[in-house]
Design a protein around this ligand. Structure first.
Ligand SMILES: Nc1ncnc2c1ncn2[C@@H]1O[C@H](COP(=O)(O)OP(=O)(O)OP(=O)(O)O)[C@@H](O)[C@H]1O
Ligand SMILES: [Mg+2]
Length: 314
C-alpha cells in the first residue's frame, strides 16, 4: 500500500476550501490568496499582506464546540492585542472579529497581522526531516512555550476562561481493556491528580501552530482557540515528537528555571489517549479500528514508561 501523501492532500483541501470561501465572501477574497488550513479554519492573505481567518461550521457531532472555540479565540486575540506578550510574536487583531449568525457554512472571521515563518512537520519520519533540524526545532519550541507560560501568568487572570477542548485532566479506565491495564491506569490517575498543576495554557501547542525561521528558531505562535485556564499545564508539553521530548523539556526547563516531572508528561499523554479511545469506543464509527489499535499500543507503552508508578509489567 502506498503511504498517504498528507502534504498533497493538505494542498488539495486548501484549494477546495478557498474556492468555496470565494463564493461566500466575494468582497474580501478579491485579490486574496489561500495561505493555510487547519482543522477548523482557513487563512487567506490579502494584498496588503494582512490575513483573515475564516472559521468553518463543523458537523452536528461537534455540538457547540466550534462556536465556543471561536468565541474563546476572539476574546483571547483581543486580550493579546491589548496586552502583547513580551518576547513572543503572535498575531494582533485588525478590527473586531465578526460572528456570522445563521450562516450554514461559516461561524465567523477575523483579520490579523501576518507572522513571518513557516511550519515544520515535527512528527515527520526522520527520512523526511533531518534529525538535526528536528532537534533544533524542538529545543526552540520548548523555549517558546516556557515564555508563553511565563508571560500569560502576568495577564489579568479573570479575563481568561476555561477553554472548550478540555480532555487533559483525568486518566480514564476503558471497559474493553484488560483488568491489569485498568489497574495500572487507576494508579497512574492517582499520581496524575496529586501532581497536576493549574495555569494558563496555549491549549493546542503542536507543530501546526508554531512558525519557524530558516534556522529552526520558533518565531511565531498562532491559533488561540483553546487558550485559557487549565487544571493541567502539562497539556502544552505532551504533543511533541516523543523522540525529541528530552530536547524539548530541557529547553523548557532552561528557559523557565523550573524542573519538570517527566512522569507527568507521560501521565498527561495518558489523559489524552484514554479520553480519545473512550470517545471512539462509544461512537462505534466505521473505519476507526486502526486508530483504536494505535491508541491501545500507545497506552501500553506509556504505562510501561511509568512502571515505577503503575507497577505495570505486562
Ligand atoms: N498570523 C499568521 N501568520 C502566518 N500564518 C498564519 C497565521 N495564522 C494562521 N496561519 C497559517 O494558517 C494555518 C491555519 O491557521 P490556524 O492554525 O490558526 O487554524 P486552525 O488550525 O484551523 O485553527 P483551529 O485549531 O482553531 O482549527 C496555520 O497552520 C498557518 O500556516
Ligand atoms: Mg492550527
Amino acid at each position: 500500500m502506498n503511504a498517504i501523501d498528507w502534504e498533497a492532500k493538505g494542498k488539495e483541501r486548501l484549494a477546495e476550501e478557498f474556492n468555496k470561501v470565494c463564493v461566500s465572501f466575494p468582497v474580501f477574497t478579491k485579490e486574496a490568496k489561500p495561505l493555510g488550513i487547519g482543522g477548523f479554519g482557513i487563512v487567506i492573505e490579502h494584498n496588503d499582506q494582512t490575513l483573515t481567518k475564516i472559521l468553518f461550521k463543523p458537523g452536528k457531532e461537534w455540538g457547540n464546540y466550534a462556536d465556543k472555540a471561536f468565541k474563546n479565540e476572539s476574546d483571547v486575540m483581543r486580550l493579546f492585542t491589548d496586552n502583547p506578550l513580551n518576547g513572543l510574536n503572535h498575531p494582533l487583531l485588525i478590527d473586531e472579529p465578526n460572528v456570522m449568525e445563521n450562516d450554514e457554512k461559516y461561524l465567523g472571521h477575523y483579520r490579523m497581522t501576518h507572522l513571518e515563518g513557516h511550519i515544520i512537520s515535527l512528527h515527520a519520519p526522520p527520512n523526511k526531516v533531518e534529525p538535526s533540524i528536528l532537534k533544533r526545532a524542538h529545543k526552540s519550541a520548548g523555549r517558546m512555550i516556557a515564555k508563553f507560560h511565563r508571560e500569560a501568568r502576568k495577564l489579568p487572570f479573570e479575563k481568561l476562561k476555561q477553554p472548550p477542548g478540555h480532555d487533559g485532566d483525568e486518566i480514564k479506565q476503558i471497559s474493553t481493556l484488560p483488568a491489569k491495564t485498568n489497574e495500572a491506569l487507576a494508579k497512574a490517575n492517582i499520581y496524575f491528580q496529586a501532581n497536576k498543576k493549574e495555569g494558563i495554557v496555549h491549549g493546542d501547542f503542536h507543530d501546526g501552530n508554531i512558525l519557524f525561521d530558516d534556522d529552526q528558531e520558533a518565531v511565531g505562535l498562532i491559533d488561540f482557540s483553546n487558550t485559557g485556564r487549565h487544571k493541567n499545564i502539562f497539556v502544552d508539553l505532551a504533543d511533541m515528537n516523543e523522540d525529541y521530548d528530552e530536547d524539548f523539556i530541557q529547553a523548557y526547563e532552561d528557559e523557565s528555571g523550573e524542573t519538570i516531572d517527566r512522569h507527568m508528561i507521560t501521565a498527561t499523554k495518558l489523559t489524552l489517549s484514554t479520553n480519545y479511545l473512550y470517545k471512539l469506543e462509544i461512537s462505534h464509527g466505521d473505519g476507526q479500528e486502526d486508530m483504536e489499535k494505535d491508541l491501545r499500543k500507545s497506552i501500553e507503552k506509556d504505562l510501561r514508561n511509568i512502571s515505577t508508578i503503575t507497577g505495570y509489567h505486562p
